[in-house]
Design a protein around this ligand. Structure first.
Ligand code: ADP
Ligand code: MG
Length: 316
């Protein structure tokens, strides 16, 4: 009898111990977030997962963003890495689709307008005319596994590199099993899975002229990128000269205050936001990208939407 109760107690104890070990060793998932400094801006990362997954995720995002900075910074001149050639090819498709509104060769324009040195100036008409002869992605050939960039042509990855970095980081996080998260690189972002309140993500779109938001997007599993004339600009005699160029005129593009593009890939959103900013009528371009939509603020401050519609709640 005593023996039986001993075995019973032992059995009960083992059972409890198993349960306890199971619960205490199980990696508990919760939300983690952190901020990193890349691309001259603050990048936010928010993920749902275990502590180990979070540590891995931070590491992956750091590595990916550092690679993006190495390949695509204004000083970069690596024309043979597979990543560089691949992004060039994707950019060239958007160059053709946008009839040259998006153009990686605007580097010389950024240069003569002083956006690279931060010594801003309005160039002489002749200087702009001369610069335009170095603009056009069709001037760049791919030969023997590398890009041939003619002398004087300057590649400028500023309108697509952040989007690329976000997509790469997102893929890396999906690969380590993170199925809810948010990566924001200075306003260009991707969100996936449910947000911490178990709902769609609510993304505030910055007002181009006032502090605060223009409105709120309610989205899931989508990327968002914004191009604005308020991000980098200088003013002379009341005229605002900003960093998004019309490659046809050599002048900062007119007619827009901001363009936000929403869609599945951050790379495409980033490039399309710049292209739509330049184009007078983005209808034809967006028809080629049916999964993408744009929220445009024109130069009078009016809201226009183009392409695919997403849930957007204007605040004013
Ligand atoms: P941000 O860098 O503020 O996120 P964008 O994504 O709109 O802004 O990219 C603007 C940058 O893209 C400019 O600083 C310049 O480097 C580059 N750029 C400017 N005009 C064009 C253009 N027409 N096509 C491609 N890239 C451009
Ligand atoms: Mg862009």
């Amino acid at each position: 009898m005593r023996k039986q109760s001993f075995f019973f107690s032992f059995f009960l104890f083992s059972l409890l111990l198993t349960f306890f070990l199971h619960w205490s060793c199980r990696p508990t998932a919760r939300w983690y977030d952190t901020s990193l400094l890349f691309f001259d801006t603050i990048c936010d990362l928010k993920i749902y997962g275990s502590r180990d997954q979070f540590a891995l995720a931070v590491d992956e995002v750091r590595k990916t963003f550092a690679r993006a900075e190495r390949f695509f910074s204004p000083q970069a001149n690596d024309y043979q890495s597979p990543e560089v050639r691949e992004l060039f090819r994707r950019a060239k498709i958007i160059y053709f689709d946008s009839e040259g509104a998006f153009d990686l060769t605007v580097g010389l324009l950024s240069d003569i307008w002083g956006f690279r040195s931060k010594r801003y100036r309005v160039p002489e008409k002749d200087e702009i005319k001369r610069a335009l002869t170095y603009i056009g992605m069709d001037k760049i050939q791919e030969r023997g596994g590398q890009l041939i960039v003619p002398n004087g042509v300057i590649l400028d990855w500023g309108a697509i590199a952040k989007g690329w970095a976000i997509d790469q980081a997102f893929q890396a996080l999906k690969n380590i099993g993170i199925d809810r998260g948010f990566i924001n690189a200075g306003g260009d972002l991707i969100c996936w899975g449910k947000n911490p309140d178990n709902q769609a993500w609510r993304i505030g779109i910055k007002h181009p002229r006032e502090s605060g938001f223009l409105g709120v997007l309610e989205i899931a599993d989508l990327a968002v990128a914004t191009s604005g004339d308020y991000q980098r600009y200088f003013e002379i005699k009341g005229v605002r000269y900003h960093h998004i160029f019309n490659p046809k005129t050599g002048f900062p593009a007119r007619g827009r205050q901001s363009v936000t593009v929403i869609g599945p890939q951050a790379t495409i959103c980033d490039a399309l936001a710049t292209a739509v900013f330049v184009l007078d009528d983005p209808g034809e371009l967006l028809k080629k990208y049916p999964e993408y939509g744009a929220i445009i603020v024109d130069d009078h401050g009016s809201l226009i939407s183009a392409g695919k519609k997403f849930t957007f709640i204007p605040l004013k």
